[in-house]
Design a protein around this ligand. Structure first.
Ligand SMILES: [Zn+2]
Length: 318
């Protein structure tokens, strides 16, 4: 993802559209949520399993193997799994084969929640302090595996506990092959999905994107585009989270998968680690060879998973 720093100074919490305040989670506290708590350790193990394949760079054997594993893993906890195979064009103008992997829970339920994370990893650690690493791939323990791990574990827990809500888990490909100053070169899998949703006329209540949700010192502030397009939902998620790494502040603007989803007419919130005190706007390991398992934490993954469980519980009560 790409930080759009120009917009960071004009975050406005009053800019939410009128139809996005349907979820009221003010009464959802840890006491009223009847679900089992989210298992952050299990999510951490699922992140490790992804990293065990190596960097999941599109058009590599590790990427292909991980795609198969993600499909099988989702099949164990979802009613239907759809693998969307497509060819997209990279920022360098080259054709690229991608796979969006989509797990559907309760396909006939009308009320639906969209959950997303990108599963690919960046081919170039081009923010690494050592220039020699700029052509090496990023492991993506945080930038890729963390969000996917939370969603895989969430699906597993929902399978065990049951849910009345319709949930679509969309693991998007080729988010992270972008070039600075070329917005369209990012989020290629999501751009394809918005043109070819897995269900014709797909219209969930809203979407939640997870990106870089694993750092031990993560700061989840309310991202600018999330507030602009889906302010009511963003505020509801932050209220339903039990504090911790969810900071009660508005944050910067990021060109991430949710931007393309919002533009396609689905309100979508990005839960992403934003660092206003760093030059890049992200955590120190971002787009470096240090984005490894040592730098993600079961506690943080657990808080994010719990926030999703709380949202799901509140939607089920409606
Ligand atoms: Zn990235």
């Amino acid at each position: 993802m790409l930080l759009a720093t120009l917009l960071t100074t004009c975050v406005n919490s009053g800019s939410s559209s009128s139809n996005d305040a349907a979820v009221d989670t003010t009464s959802t506290t840890s006491q009223t949520v009847h679900r089992n708590s989210f298992d952050g350790q299990a999510a951490l193990a699922l992140a490790q399993q992804q990293c065990d394949f190596g960097p999941r760079v599109p058009a590599t054997p590790a990427h292909a193997k991980c795609a198969d594993w993600l499909t099988t893993t989702l099949q164990a906890s979802c009613d239907t799994v759809i693998v969307q195979q497509a060819s997209v064009t990279t920022g360098q103008g080259k054709p690229l084969g991608i796979k969006n992997i989509i797990g559907v829970i309760n396909p006939s339920a009308e009320q639906r929640l969209l959950l997303l994370a990108h599963w690919d990893t960046r081919p170039w650690a081009d923010n690494d302090p050592d220039q020699a690493n700029h052509t090496k791939p990023v492991m993506g323990a945080n930038d890729g595996a963390s969000g996917v791990a939370v969603l895989l574990q969430l699906a597993r827990q929902l399978k065990a506990e049951g849910t009345t809500l319709g949930i679509d888990i969309v693991l998007v490909d080729a988010e992270d092959m972008g070039i600075n100053d070329d917005e369209e070169s990012w989020c290629l899998g999501t751009q394809y999905w918005t043109q070819h949703p897995h269900v014709a006329g797909y219209k969930p209540l809203f979407g939640i994107l997870l990106d870089m949700v694993g750092a031990p010192d993560a700061r989840f502030t309310r991202e600018y585009y999330s507030m602009y397009y889906a302010g009511g939902f963003t505020e509801a998620i932050w209220r339903s989270a039990n504090g911790g790494h969810f900071i009660n502040e508005n944050g910067g603007a990021v060109t991430d998968d949710h931007v393309f989803i919002n533009r396609a007419g689905i309100p979508c919130v990005d839960i992403i680690d934003l660092r206003s005190d760093s030059e890049t706007g992200f955590c120190p390991a971002w787009h470096t060879v240090d984005d490894t398992m040592e730098h993600i934490s079961a506690t943080t993954l657990g808080e994010v998973g719990q926030a999703l469980l709380n949202v799901i519980a509140s939607l089920e009560q409606e």
